[in-house]
Design a protein around this ligand. Structure first.
Ligand code: GBH
Length: 450
């Protein structure tokens, strides 16, 4: 059943860029060092009951102090690219105004260290760690936060204007909007559908403001946004309409404004599958010109793929495939192929694609270096990526999530997503079997059948 891989290795195009990814709050630690201000994830993690194992962002994987040996590790593994994020509150401790030079210097050293090793930097400006002071002023529910983000982005483009980087504005605006503002399971811990809808628009506006600042800066490199997309499949014939609406909420709510300059008409409302937010109130937030800003041309579109969902006639997301150790993750490698082909058909003018995240967690909190499940996950997904490229998808790079075991948000340190194991007593790094395998893929620029 299903697609079968060929017996020979599947080659990737010459120049395909292979990497691995992290984010600031998940790996850095040192949350009060060198003038860093508090972020909403510091606050959230300090709130009893929010993080599964009670852990905080300190020390995480201690990457703020171990960055240099981590760069050596990346180079030894043969990776061509490294994706990391900048902690906004290291650059502007209260999210606006004066720049904290020590924070800028950390990322300058990191980037120079990458370039010295011949490794391409992919730099995410926002991976969920909003400065707490901006949350106190309303956070993503208010429009001003988009303007503050544009100013912060301009600081970073100026500081690294000579670097040929791939810039990513916002990581998964969907997760911040829906998990952070609709369900309350992530910082800032709000459960309010109207605020969730507002957080969508203001994050996308922030993305647009950053793209404007990037073009104005004349910085080298390119820019895009990182969207986590979720192929959805009806679980019965009478689930077709709810599946279309779920696709609007999960995917088109972000793809359409960024790539087509309009919001989908079917995402908000009271029908099965929709986000039950006030449509009129949302439309009032979208001012003249906003969608032009949001849809400014990009150099790349970054896709993060973890799995798929089934949808029933009531619009509930239900199981169709086995899950990883993360109960939300229905593993279906062919879903990646479906997604990439759908993008090709529905958004023919999209820029080149990059996959900026793809991975699974270990089965146990203590993890393992004999991670055959992850190795087979990566193999199956890379085969589908190669298959999509053969069918005409312009996919130019791939970043595995994650380089290191790290702070997995509400799961804390109890769920390990690294291709490299981290001993949290000693901070010792040990490549897992999946990473040894991935290194051979990177060096061959091809994925073997087994
Ligand atoms: C990515 O999000 C993140 O970008 C990355 O930082 C993270 O480490 C990685 O995935 C692994 O999770 O608990 O039912 O509320 C992936 C999308 C959205 C999946 C939030 C988990 C929470 C589900 N994530 N979702 S639930």
């Amino acid at each position: 059943a299903g697609w079968q891989p060929p017996a020979a290795p599947m080659a990737f195009p010459a120049g395909f860029v292979w990497g691995a990814a992290t984010s600031a709050f998940q790996v850095e630690g040192s949350t009060t060092a060198d003038g860093r201000g508090p972020s909403i994830w510091d606050t959230f993690a300090a709130t009893p009951g929010r993080i599964h194992d009670g852990s905080t962002g300190d020390p995480a994987a201690d990457h703020y102090r171990l960055w240099e040996s981590d760069l050596d590790l990346i180079a030894d593994l043969g990776l061509a690219a490294y994706r990391f994020s900048v902690a906004w509150s290291r650059i502007q401790p209260t999210g606006s105004g004066d720049v904290n030079q020590a924070g800028v210097d950390f990322y300058r050293r990191l980037v120079d260290g990458l370039l010295a090793r011949g490794i391409h930097p992919a730099i995410t400006l926002y991976h969920w760690d909003l400065p707490q002071a901006l949350q106190d002023a309303g956070g993503w529910a208010v429009r001003e936060t988009a303007d503050r983000f544009g100013e912060y982005a301009a600081v970073m483009f100026d500081a690294l204007r000579d670097v040929d980087a791939t810039w990513l504005t916002i990581n998964e605006p969907k997760t911040t909007a829906y998990v952070g503002h609709r369900w309350g399971g992530h910082a800032p811990g709000i459960a309010d559908e109207d605020q969730a809808a507002a957080a969508v628009h203001h994050q996308l506006l922030a993305h647009g403001r950053a793209v404007e600042a990037f073009r104005a800066s004349g910085a080298a490199g390119g820019i895009g946004i990182a969207l986590n997309l979720l192929p959805v499949y009806p679980t019965s014939p009478d689930a077709a309409a709810a599946t279309v609406r779920t696709d609007a909420v999960e995917n088109r709510m972000f793809l359409d404004p960024v790539l087509l300059g309009r919001y989908p008409s079917d995402a908000l409302g009271r029908e099965p599958g929709q986000l039950p937010a006030d449509t009129g109130a949302f439309q009032d937030l979208v001012l003249d010109g906003d969608l032009d800003v949001i849809s400014a041309p990009l150099d790349v579109l970054a896709v993060q793929y973890y799995g798929v969902a089934g949808v029933d006639d009531a619009g509930n997301q239900v199981g169709l495939y086995p899950t990883s150790a993360a109960t939300w993750q229905q593993v279906h490698p062919e879903g990646l192929f479906d997604l990439l082909i759908d993008l090709l058909i529905d958004y023919p003018d999209a820029p080149p694609l990059v996959i900026t995240e793809n991975g699974i967690p270990d089965r146990t909190p203590e993890g393992t270096t004999d991670d055959q499940e992850r190795l087979e996950f990566l193999r199956a997904h890379l085969q589908q990526a190669a298959r999509a490229i053969e069918d005409g998808v312009d996919l130019v790079s791939y970043y595995a999530w994650s380089l290191l075991d790290n702070f997995e948000w509400a799961e804390g340190m109890s769920q390990r997503w690294g291709l490299v194991h981290v001993d949290y007593e000693t901070q010792e790094r040990t490549p897992k079997a999946s990473m040894e395998w991935y290194s051979t893929v990177v060096r061959a620029n091809a994925v073997p059948p087994s």
